[in-house]
Structures are given as structure tokens and as C-alpha cells.
Design a protein around this ligand. Structure first.
Ligand code: NAD
Length: 481
């Protein structure tokens, strides 16, 4: 078993213009496994935010120095890899991920940084002939305000830092008050590797986030979080016409076609819904199964669910830790209780473990209809409603019947048929026989209320850039006589 007492998580400091410093205040961070105080984390003041933005604005050679930016991203990635276990320990402690899953998040975060260190910036040459050269170049926007949720703080932060830096921007980052510790530790680790002013890490609440959005020197907001906060940010950013990347909530549907091989798909569907206890933006949050196979698939999923081991994130036998915070635990419990009170049946799970901490087991709920809140709302936790359908058209209509549009998937033995069906789902990413795969080179983002813009790949690069069209007329050659 890992010894969680190895880590120093009290006394972490803010990173502000290359210096580590105390916050103006502190916030209590709770241990989700015990509901006791884990650490007091520093919170930044508005004056510290202003100083960080001023420092980020002053940085000059960074914009032009592609080699420096690549070297910085590479160094940050190497520091993360070298400190993987220490960062994973903090991540497990503050959001309750099993230690192995936390290690995977740190490794993936380092990969996102390295990807941008090694990838060429896109350049479009539209014409290059005797008459003219016309090209589209990517220029930095300036200061990017990065606002981070609690569910995957390290990965989401690195996704934003990597692309913002690759374009030549600087970053002022605000972690969530529910999960600031891993990002503060990361800031301490990379403080000497990052030129002063290029990255500041200032935890605070929604009010500090709103000040970051409204600040006149901030040119872009890259936000990941709830739809409600995303809408507030869009309004707040309107007077400055700020560039926005909004990665918002999802309510992804998975549709299982009648030819699916139940034994093969059940474990993968289960992971698509319950990985990280369902606290994933693009998790399966509604499952539509053809009526002919519904009973068999529910049974197979129940068997997989009952192999889950809940408990201490540092016990290697444990596959599911607690939910990351009490607020999310109450949301999930409330939705399951409501589903049951409205006639839903619980195939497995259904109520919290009788012990301290936010432990809620993987829960399968059947006999609910489309109007049930567990189907309509984003549960963001380990409770999956399973609905049956008779015709594929009906399943697709129901999958598309919400305001969400982040991800969706189709499960089948016939990949051509699956591809044809999945293209009809109105979501930014759709998958056949997998769900939720997000890679540094692959665009990701939401349709409808699930977001604005795309992260990752060349499209993601453009989200953090001002595109400039450079059109040059070439001198005419003298006419020959
Ligand atoms: P949240 O919206 O409550 O908070 C996210 C961050 O925004 C926090 O740092 C918070 O302090 C800040 N914030 C809140 N209101 C703000 C405002 N008005 N102005 C500026 N900042 C503000 O979200 P959460 O509960 O931390 O995260 C869970 C949500 O995030 C879920 O809906 C999930 O689907 C979504 N999410 C989406 C993606 C994606 O890529 N689409 C990824 C992860 C999580």
C-alpha cells in the first residue's frame, strides 16, 4: 500500500510571476475518503490576480521564441514524469482517484505537454506563384485565462497550457477551490523551468474567476466546467469580445445495436460509464439498448459492476475510490433517490456505503423513462440509466433529444452499420465500439450547450491563435519585347 503521509500538501504556495508566495486567504480542502480536513490551500486575492496578469502582459521574447517555448514545454513534461508518483499521490488524496488512475492522469498530462513541444504549428500557404504569396499565419492572442474544474485538474490544465504556450500566449490559471492542491504542487515543481510571468497559478472561487474573465488585459478565456458557469463567462466576456474556448458538460448516449456481442461489449460499456466513478465529461451517461438484448446486457453489466472494489484509493486492490467531493456525492445520491421514487429499479448499487467518505457504488438503474432527471440531467457520477428501444431511428432521436452534445457512441458487430448510425448523433465526438477516447492530436469539444470551439490537434491550435492572412503581390517581371 502507498503511504499517503509521504506528501507535503500543507503549506503549498501560489506561483506568481516566477515566484512562489503565500495566498491572501486559505480554503479548506476535504479528504473525500474520510470527510476530514486534508489541507488548507492558499487562495489568491484580486490584487495578486492583477499582478499576475500584468506580469503575463509584460513578457516579450516568449512570443517570438519558438525554441524557448518548445524547450519549456519539454522541461515541464520531463519534470512531471520525474515526479509522477508524488503528483499522483496528491491527486488521489484530493479527488479520491485510485492511485493507479491518478498515475495515469499525470502521465497523460505530461504527454499533452510533449505533444505540443514536438509538433509543428500549422501554416496554410494558399497561393505561392509568380504573382503572389498568400498565407495564413497564427499569432498569439496574449494572456489566456485558464479556468479549471475539479474532476481532472492536472490533465485539463496541461491540455490548456500546452496549446496556449505553443502558440506564444502566456497563461494565468485559476484552479477550482475543490481541487487546487495538485496544480499548486505542479506550480512549485515547474517554477524554475518556466520564464517569469509566463505561467501563474492562482486558486480561488467563482468570484476570482469572474475577475479573470473581465480583466481588460486578458484576451482569451479557456474554460472547462459546467454549462451554467460557461454561460456566465460568455456574458462576462462579451464587452471585451474575448476569444473563448468553452468545454462544458455532457450527457452522452451510447446506443447498443441488437447484433452487439454482449460478453465483449459489457466490460467496455461499463468502463465507458464508470471510469473515474463517472466523473468524466465524456462518460456514457445514458445507455440505450435494443429491447431484444436488454435483459441479457443488464445482467452482464451487473456482473461486471459486482466485481468493483470500493475503498481506500491507495489500496492496490481497490478499483473505485470515493466521489471527489461531498457536493457531487449529494447530486448523484439525489438523482438516484429521485429515480427510485419515480418507479426506477436498481439492478445493482443504489445507496452509499455505510462508512465515512463519499463512497457510492457503481449503480445501474432501469425502468426509467426519458423524462426522469437521471436521464435528462448530467449526473457526473456512478449512476447509469439503462433504457430500451425498438427502432434505431427512435434510439437516435432520443439520443439527440437533449441540449447536450459532447459525445456519443454506437456498439455493434457491424462497424459499417455502426459508423452510419453514429454519424447521426449530434455531438462533437462520436465513437464506434469505444467511448470517451481523447488524444492530443484529435479535436475534442461540444455541439449545442456542451461547448464552443475545439481543443487539441490543429483545430485546437487555432482556438488559441489570432489568424492573420498575409497577402503579398510579387513584382511583375518586365514584359519581353
Ligand atoms: P464549475 O463550472 O462549477 O466550476 C469550474 C471552474 O469554474 C471552477 O474553477 C470554478 O471556480 C469556476 N467558476 C465557476 N463559476 C464561474 C464564473 N461565473 N466565472 C468564472 N469562473 C467560474 O464546474 P465543476 O463542478 O468544477 O466541473 C464539473 C463540470 O465540468 C461538469 O459539468 C463536467 O461535464 C464539466 N467538464 C467538461 C469537460 C469538457 O471537456 N467538456 C471536461 C471536464 C469537466
Amino acid at each position: 500500500m502507498m503511504d499517503a503521509s509521504d506528501n507535503q500538501i500543507d503549506g503549498l504556495r501560489l506561483l506568481l510571476s516566477g515566484k512562489l508566495m503565500e495566498g491572501a486567504d486559505t480554503v479548506d480542502v476535504e479528504n473525500p475518503s474520510t470527510n476530514t480536513l486534508l489541507a488548507k490551500a492558499p487562495q489568491a486575492s484580486h490584487a495578486q490576480l492583477d499582478n499576475a496578469i500584468a506580469a503575463a502582459t509584460r513578457v516579450s521574447d516568449w512570443k517570438q521564441d519558438d525554441a524557448l517555448r518548445r524547450a519549456t514545454l519539454r522541461a515541464m513534461s520531463e519534470i512531471m514524469s520525474a515526479n509522477r508518483d508524488s503528483l499522483a499521490l496528491t491527486l488521489s488524496l484530493e479527488i479520491g482517484l485510485p492511485f493507479k488512475v491518478a498515475q495515469d492522469e499525470i502521465s497523460a498530462s505530461a504527454t499533452f505537454l510533449l505533444y505540443r513541444a514536438e509538433t509543428e504549428a500549422p501554416l496554410d500557404v494558399l497561393h505561392d506563384d509568380a504573382r503572389q504569396r498568400v498565407e495564413v499565419v497564427r499569432k498569439p492572442i496574449g494572456v489566456v485565462g485558464a479556468i479549471i474544474p475539479w474532476n481532472a485538474p492536472m490533465l485539463i490544465a496541461c491540455e490548456k497550457i500546452a496549446t496556449a504556450f505553443a502558440v506564444g500566449n502566456t497563461v494565468v490559471m485559476k484552479p477550482s477551490p475543490l481541487a487546487p492542491l495538485t496544480l499548486l504542487q505542479f506550480g512549485e515543481l515547474v517554477s524554475d523551468a518556466v520564464p517569469p510571468g509566463v505561467l501563474s497559478i492562482l486558486p480561488g472561487g467563482a468570484e476570482l474567476g469572474a475577475a479573470l474573465v473581465a480583466h481588460p488585459q486578458v484576451g482569451m478565456i479557456s474554460f472547462t466546467g459546467s454549462i451554467r458557469a460557461g454561460q456566465a463567462i460568455m456574458v462576462n466576456a462579451a464587452p471585451g469580445l474575448k476569444r473563448l474556448s468553452l468545454e462544458l458538460g455532457g450527457n452522452d448516449a451510447a446506443i447498443v445495436l441488437p447484433d452487439a456481442d454482449i460478453d465483449s461489449v459489457a466490460p467496455r460499456l461499463f468502463m465507458g460509464a464508470f471510469y473515474r466513478s463517472g466523473q468524466v465529461c465524456a462518460a456514457i451517461k445514458r445507455l440505450y439498448v435494443h429491447r431484444d438484448i436488454a435483459a441479457s446486457l443488464i445482467e452482464a453489466l451487473r456482473n461486471v459492476a459486482e466485481t468493483a472494489v470500493l475503498g481506500d484509493p491507495f489500496d492496490p486492490a481497490v478499483t473505485f475510490g470515493p466521489l471527489s467531493n461531498r457536493q457531487q456525492f449529494e447530486i448523484v445520491k439525489g438523482l438516484v433517490d429521485t429515480a427510485v421514487s419515480q418507479g426506477g429499479s436498481v439492478a445493482t448499487g443504489g445507496s452509499p456505503l455505510n462508512r465515512p467518505g463519499n463512497f457510492f457504488p457503481p449503480t445501474l438503474v432501469t425502468d426509467v423513462d426519458e423524462s426522469n432527471p437521471l436521464v435528462q440531467q448530467e449526473q457526473f457520477g456512478p449512476a447509469l440509466p439503462i433504457l430500451s428501444y425498438d427502432s434505431i431511428d427512435d434510439a437516435v432521436d432520443r439520443a439527440n433529444s437533449t441540449q447536450f452534445g459532447l459525445g456519443g457512441s454506437v456498439w455493434t458487430s457491424d462497424v459499417d452499420a455502426g459508423t452510419a448510425v453514429v454519424r447521426r448523433i449530434q455531438s462533437g465526438s462520436v465513437w464506434v465500439n469505444r467511448h470517451g477516447l481523447v488524444l492530443p492530436d484529435t479535436p475534442f469539444g461540444g455541439m449545442k450547450l456542451s461547448g464552443l470551439g475545439r481543443a487539441n490537434g490543429n483545430v485546437g491550435f487555432d482556438s488559441y491563435a489570432e489568424l492573420q492572412t498575409v497577402s503579398v503581390a510579387k513584382p511583375r517581371e518586365a514584359k519581353s519585347r
